[in-house]
Write a protein that binds this ligand. Structure first.
Ligand code: CAA
Ligand code: FAD
Length: 380
C-alpha cells in the first residue's frame, strides 16, 4: 500500500491551491453576499484544465485520474465552494457521463467545449416531487418517432441559467418504471425550454440554481445518451462518481475551516495566552485533524476504486456521507473557535458553515447514502 502522491499529483494540488488563493479568494465574500456567479473564474478554471480533468485529451480534456480531481476539488473548495460545485457538476455529472455513455458524434460535438470551459453543463434529475425518490420522474419524453416530446419541470438545477448544455432525465414509458427513463441532451434555445427564477440560497450562493420548465420541447432522438431506457442507470452510474466530487468538496470546506481555525487559535489571546493553549480549543483542533484525515482517505479510496475499475458505488457513498458530516461539524467548531469574529463575514468561517450544509443534501442526502451503503452491507 502506497500513501504518497506522485509528483504530478502534487503539481496539480499546488496549481489548484495557487488558483484558489490568487483568483478565487479575492471577491469571494462579495460574490457570496450578492449571489454573483464566478463567471470569469470558471473560464480560467477551464483554461487551467480543471473543467474537464478526466476527459480524454483527444476531446480536449486533461486526461487525468480521479485522484487528481479529488486533490483539485479539495483545494478549490477550501476557498470557494460555489466555484467548486460548478467544477464538480461539469466534471463528474456532465463530462464523465457524456464521455462514458455518449455517442462519438455527441462527444465530438460537446466535450471539447465543455472541457475547455468555453461552456459548462447542467445535470437535471431532481423534480418538485422526485428528489430522493428519483425513479418517480414526472417529466415525460414521449416517443414521437424521430424525436421525443418533453414536458415537465426540474428543480434546484445547478448552473440552471449559466449552462449551455443540459442532460435531462425524463420518463418515456411509465409501465417500464426505471427502465422506461431516458437521458437527453437539451439546449436552452430549444423552443419550449424555459428557465425559472434564481433560487435565494443559504450557502453556495455564488452558484446558479434554477428550476427549468419544458413545454412540448422537441428533442431529436440523436440527443439520447445510450440505449432506449438507459436513462436511470445512466443517472445512477454518473451520480456514483459525482458523489466522490461532492465528498471532496465537503473535505475542502472542512480543511479550509480547520486551517483558518488553527491559524486564528495561535493568534487570538484570552486569559493571558493564545487560545490554542486552552485544552478545550486544542482538543477541538485535534478532533478536526483526525476526522479530516479520515475523510481524505475515504475520498482518495473511492477515487482509487474508480481509477482501478473497482466498484465505487459504496466507497463513494461512504466518502460523501462521512466527509459531509465532517464538513458540517468542522465548520461549526471553526466558528466557535473564532468566537464573535466567527460570526462576521470577513473571517470566512461563517460562509464555510453555510456552504457545508448543502453537501449533506445534494447528489443524494445523507439518508440516501445510508440506503446505498446499508443495501450493500446487507447483501454481503
Ligand atoms: N448503478 C447502476 N444501476 C443502478 C445503480 C447504480 N449505482 N443504482 C440503482 N441502479 C439501478 C437498479 O439496479 C435498478 O435497476 P434494475 O431494476 O434493473 O435492477 C434501478 O436502477 C432502480 O434502482 P432501485 O430499485 O435501487 O431504485 P430506488 O427507487 O430504490 O432508488 C436510490 C435508489 C439510490 C435511492 C436512488 O433513487 C437515488 O440515488 N436517489 C437520490 C437521487 C440523487 O442523488 N439526486 C441527485 C441529483 S443531482 C445533484 O444533486 C447535483 C448537485 O446537487 C450538484
Ligand atoms: P426529499 O427527497 O423530499 O427528502 C426530504 C427529507 O426526507 C431528506 O432529509 C431525505 O433524506 C429524507 N428522505 C427521503 N426519502 C427517504 C428514505 N427513503 N429514507 C430516509 N429518509 C428519506 N438536483 C439535480 O438534479 N441537479 C442539480 O444540479 C442539483 N443541484 C442542487 C443544488 C442545490 C443548491 C440544491 C439545494 C439541490 C440541488 N439538487 C439538484 C437537488 C438535490 O439533489 C435534492 O434536493 C436532493 O436529492 C433531495 O431531494 P429533495 O429535496 O426532494 O428531498
Amino acid at each position: 500500500m502506497n500513501f504518497s502522491l506522485t509528483e504530478e499529483h502534487k503539481m496539480i494540488q499546488q496549481a489548484a491551491r495557487d488558483f484558489a488563493q490568487n483568483e478565487l479568494l479575492p471577491g469571494v465574500i462579495e460574490r457570496d453576499e450578492k449571489q454573483i456567479f464566478p463567471a470569469e473564474q470558471v473560464k480560467k478554471m477551464g483554461e487551467l484544465g480543471f473543467m474537464g480533468m478526466m476527459v480524454d485529451p483527444k476531446y480536449g480534456g486533461s486526461g487525468l485520474d480521479t485522484i487528481s480531481y479529488v486533490l483539485a476539488m479539495e483545494e478549490i473548495s477550501k476557498v470557494d465552494a460555489s466555484a467548486s460545485v460548478v467544477m464538480s457538476v461539469n466534471n463528474s455529472l456532465v463530462c464523465w457521463g457524456l464521455q462514458t455513455y455518449g455517442s462519438e458524434e455527441q462527444k465530438q460535438e460537446w466535450l471539447p467545449k465543455l472541457a475547455s470551459g468555453e461552456i459548462h453543463g447542467a445535470f437535471c434529475l431532481s423534480e418538485p416531487e422526485a428528489g430522493s425518490d428519483a425513479t418517480s420522474q414526472k417529466t415525460t419524453a414521449i416517443d414521437m418517432g424521430d424525436y421525443y416530446l418533453v414536458n415537465g419541470t426540474k428543480n434546484w438545477i445547478t448552473n440552471g441559467n449559466t449552462a449551455s448544455f443540459y442532460i435531462v432525465i425524463a420518463q418515456t414509458d411509465i409501465a417500464k418504471k426505471s427502465k422506461g427513463i431516458n437521458a437527453l441532451i437539451m439546449t436552452k434555445d430549444m423552443p419550449g425550454f424555459a428557465v425559472g427564477p434564481k433560487e435565494q440560497k443559504m450557502g453556495i450562493r455564488g452558484s446558479d440554481t434554477h428550476s427549468l420548465m419544458f413545454t412540448d420541447v422537441k428533442v431529436p432522438k440523436a440527443n439520447r445518451i445510450g440505449e432506449e431506457g438507459f436513462g436511470f442507470k445512466f443517472a445512477m452510474k454518473t451520480l456514483a462518481g459525482g458523489r466522490i466530487g461532492i465528498a471532496s468538496q465537503a473535505l475542502g470546506i472542512a480543511s479550509g475551516a480547520y486551517e483558518l481555525a488553527l491559524k486564528y487559535s495561535k493568534e487570538r489571546k484570552a486569559f493571558g495566552t493564545e487560545i490554542c493553549n486552552h485544552q478545550a480549543i486544542a482538543f477541538k483542533l485535534a478532533d478536526m485533524a483526525v476526522s479530516i484525515e479520515a475523510a481524505r482517505y475515504l475520498c482518495l479510496k473511492a477515487a482509487w476504486d474508480k481509477d482501478n475499475h473497482h466498484n465505487y458505488d459504496v466507497s463513494g457513498a461512504m466518502a460523501k456521507l462521512y466527509a459531509s458530516q465532517v464538513a458540517m461539524d468542522t465548520a461549526v467548531e471553526a466558528v466557535q473557535i473564532h468566537g464573535g469574529n466567527g460570526y462576521v463575514k470577513e473571517y470566512h468561517v461563517e460562509r464555510l458553515m453555510r456552504d457545508a450544509k448543502i453537501t449533506q443534501i445534494y447528489e443524494g442526502t445523507s439518508e440516501i447514502q445510508k440506503i446505498v451503503i446499508s443495501r450493500a452491507v446487507l447483501a454481503d
